[in-house]
Design a protein around this ligand. Structure first.
Ligand code: DAH
Length: 345
């Protein structure tokens, strides 16, 4: 074992370390030269045979070689790691100046769209938009609307009763009662809102749906005024003149009471399956406010009178957008709901 052999070994190992192309190459050199069964370990073993002073000298050289190779390996490893980090940084980057995607813009519910249009129309005619609670008293929902206990009209509206005699309002008419007390005569109000009936759900019936109540109280209000406002309402909704007819209808809170029908929009009165060949669609129950209702609203029926109407908002939205299953409206399916984007639809 000569010094030259050791030196040559060190030089060639250093050269291989410098020339290595990957961490795997480096590891191969390390195992071969510095490993437990590597070249340097082999030399170490041979040293036992040497004379003591030779042993010390060669041992020192061996240590120096080992240290310099270990340092070279470390440096080269660091170079590979730096290069790997650089290339990762070059390929994976984050642009913090790009605006965040944010919340996706939603769309308005078809019932909301129709409701907003009607609100705008009535506001332009001096009507206030009121809202009442969905949990109502029995008194406001029935009694104050001239529907006394044991009156058969209570059975016409299957009611969700709550504890303590309250209920889920079965119509928006109780807002008339609240409106009369709140505004006093003369008054013009509409009240859109959600109503509830204990009904079996099918394509045309829901236990939860929307109505829009309207009421005007003034002096000498006549059926002619009622018809004028109803025609204006229908023209606003359907964007054209709509032929209407009045039939007698029974509602305890109006006298006289009417069912207002419109000329079928699909067949223009000729008769089709939608209007059941009659040429007419039942759309708007209405009438002149019953004197007892005015009185219970704190208004003197000798001095004031008025009209009221109850529009089926859900039904109207279905007609407007040709929706043939009422359950879609409450279903929460965005594939359905997102079709109704713009208020100008
Ligand atoms: N509240 C009635 C219902 O839900 C609808 C109605 C009819 C409202 C006549 C009115 C009206 O204001 O005058 O069946």
């Amino acid at each position: 074992m000569t010094d030259q052999v050791l030196e040559a070994l060190q030089t060639s190992a250093l050269a291989r370390i410098q020339a290595s192309a990957s961490l795997a190459d480096l590891e191969a050199v390390r195992v071969e030269v510095l490993g437990r069964k590597g070249t340097l370990a082999g030399i170490s073993k041979e040293m036992g045979k040497l004379a003591p002073e030779e042993k010390a000298r060669i041992g020192k050289l061996l240590n120096t070689a080992k240290q310099s190779l270990e340092q070279a390996l470390e440096r080269r490893t660091a170079q590979f790691e730096d290069a790997a980090l650089d290339s990762r940084l070059a390929s994976e980057w984050l642009d913090l100046t790009v605006p965040a995607p944010g919340i996706r813009p939603g769309s308005l519910h078809p019932v909301t769209l129709v409701q907003k249009e009607i609100e705008d129309l009535f506001v332009s005619m001096g009507f206030a938009v009121l809202s009442g609670p969905e949990v109502e008293t029995e008194y406001n929902n029935f009694d104050a609307l001239n529907i006394p206990q044991d009156h058969p009209a209570r059975d016409m509206q299957d009611t969700f009763w709550l504890e303590g005699g309250n209920l889920l309002r079965t119509h928006t008419s109780p807002v008339q009662v609240r409106g009369m007390h709140r505004l006093g005569p003369p008054l013009r109000m509409i009240a859109p809102g959600r109503v509830f009936r204990n009904e079996e759900v099918d394509p045309s019936h829901e236990h939860t749906f929307y109505q829009l109540e309207g009421m005007m109280v003034d002096r000498e209000v006549s059926v002619a005024h009622l018809i004028y406002f109803m025609k204006t309402l229908l023209k606003g909704i359907f964007k054209r003149d709509v032929a209407v007819r009045l039939r007698p209808g029974y509602f305890p809170f109006v006298e006289p009471g009417f069912e207002l029908d419109i000329h079928c929009l699909l067949c223009d009165g000729a008769g089709c399956p939608v209007c059941k060949q009659s040429g007419w669609l039942e759309l708007l129950p209405c009438g002149l406010v019953h004197p007892s209702v005015l009185r219970m609203g704190g208004i003197d029926p000798e001095e004031w009178n008025g009209f009221a109407f109850g529009l089926g908002l859900t039904r109207l939205a279905m007609m407007r957008y040709a929706i043939d299953d009422i359950r879609l409206l409450q279903g929460g399916d965005l594939r359905f709901l997102s079709q109704f984007g713009k208020a100008s639809n």
